[in-house]
Ligand binder design. Structure first.
Ligand code: CAA
Length: 394
């Protein structure tokens, strides 16, 4: 077992750290307060290759492994989680989904633009009445021969107004249940696509979260992803990968809050010595450091399983469940370490605490992760931690 990062991975980590500190940190408080979409920062992330990291270079992507992607997510998430959720959705839900399951024509037409950041993508599964219960899709796509007619409303869509391409999950044949669901590539500019108002959120406030309404939208048949009825499995498989990205975001939040706490506790004195010399604070830091390291191992391992083409469904749910718990706990404790200063915006930890909460909710709540994990461990289907089981489909 080797716990070392390669030189390439270390270089990606360093580049992401430098970018986050130089380009994201200045202005992050204002963008969060005023819900300003990070247009310039997203443009730069595209330029630096953070928006299509794992995509094959033949489509214009970075050709990197999932570990590198996770390292970049971690560094960006220490600073700006509105930016890191954009990175996560574009890389692991949209680009990966299209590269893995799309046709060559779809890749040429859409992936080439999405992986460079020229276009941004959105993943449209959740509905007003179908969040955790993802098979209960009310959005319909009626088969009209050479096209489908799409009607319905999607909720909580990250990149809702900035995206040019939506991957939309819809029910084509209700009698077939989840086997009658399809996934479609829909362009934001098509007739009948209407973007709802921007959500005013607790955290990740400068990312653009919207509802999207589809009214009689004509979707060409060539824009369906996979065989007829593949849409639900597409969504599940893509979300398994997405959960690695969100787990890395949670890890970054925890690590960012921890690093700020270590720095502050060295500088701040009380009762004649730095507060990190008081056991009350030192023990908090010890817990943070240990739990973050455990989360990091789970996150890196889930990325490694994906890179090794082993089944990562169980591992990504475990990583997301644990890392998001650690993000929440660590960021709350970081505010406590900072005392009154932790309660004001200038010191960053209150923002990380607000951002942490969403990692326990989106891309499957913690309760949904427990469903996935408990089913996997009771059936034994997905528990494949060794290379000898490499044949299990990824
Ligand atoms: N890979 C492939 N297939 C899978 C799968 C996976 N990981 N997980 C399930 N499936 C298949 C099952 O095998 C089954 O197929 P068969 O009938 O052919 O065997 C089918 O999908 C249905 O599975 P279940 O019976 O397990 O379905 P369920 O109704 O019990 O739901 C669930 C399972 C895990 C709860 C699922 O509904 C789920 O993950 N819900 C949460 C949805 C979610 O994560 N939403 C996030 C929104 S997106 C977002 O947040 C993005 C953003 O903007 C940040």
């Amino acid at each position: 077992m080797i716990f070392e990062l390669s030189e390439e991975q270390l270089a990606v980590q360093e580049a992401a750290r430098e970018f986050a500190q130089k380009d994201l940190l200045p202005g992050v408080i204002d963008r969060d307060r005023d819900m300003i979409y990070p247009t310039e920062q997203v443009r730069k992330m595209g330029e630096l290759g953070f928006l299509g990291m794992m995509v094959d270079p033949k489509y214009g992507g970075g050709g990197m492994d999932t570990i590198s992607y996770v390292l970049a997510m971690e560094e960006i998430s220490k600073v700006d989680n509105s930016c890191s959720v954009i990175v996560s959705v574009n890389n692991s839900l949209v680009c990966w989904g299209l590269e893995k399951f799309g046709t060559e024509d779809q890749k040429q037409k859409y992936l080439t633009k999405l992986c460079t950041g020229e276009w941004i993508g959105a993943f449209c599964l959740s509905e007003p009445e179908a969040g955790s219960d993802a098979t209960s899709q009310r959005t319909t796509a009626v088969d009209k021969g050479d096209h489908y007619i799409l009607n319905g409303t999607k909720n909580w869509i990250t990149n809702g107004s900035s995206s040019k391409v939506h991957l939309v999950i819809a029910q084509t044949d209700p009698e077939k249940g989840h086997k009658g669901i399809n996934a479609f590539i829909v362009e934001a500019g098509w007739d009948g696509v209407k973007i709802g108002g921007k959500e005013d959120k607790l955290g990740i406030r400068s990312s653009d979260t919207h509802s999207i309404m589809y009214t009689d939208v004509k979707v060409p048949k060539e824009n369906r992803i996979g065989e007829d009825g593949f849409g639900f499995k597409f969504a599940m498989k893509v979300l398994s990968g997405g959960r690695i990205g969100i787990a890395a975001q949670a890890l970054g939040i925890a690590a960012g809050a921890y690093e700020l706490s270590v720095k502050y506790s060295k500088e701040r004195e009380a009762f004649g010595k730095p507060i990190n010399r008081h056991q009350a604070i030192a023990f908090k830091l010890a817990d943070m450091a240990t739990e973050i390291e455990a989360a990091r191992l789970l996150v890196y391992r889930s990325a490694w399983l994906k890179d090794e083409h082993m089944n990562f469904d169980l591992a990504s749910s475990q990583a997301k469940l644990y890392a998001s718990t650690v993000a929440m706990k660590t960021s709350v404790e970081a505010v406590q370490v900072h005392g009154g200063y932790g309660f004001v915006k200038e010191y960053h930890v209150e923002r990380l605490m607000r951002d942490a909460k969403i990692t326990q909710i989106y891309e499957g709540t913690s309760e949904i992760q427990k469903i996935v994990i408990s089913r996997a461990i009771t059936t034994g289907d997905l528990y494949v931690p060794t290379k000898t089981n490499k044949t299990v489909p990824a």
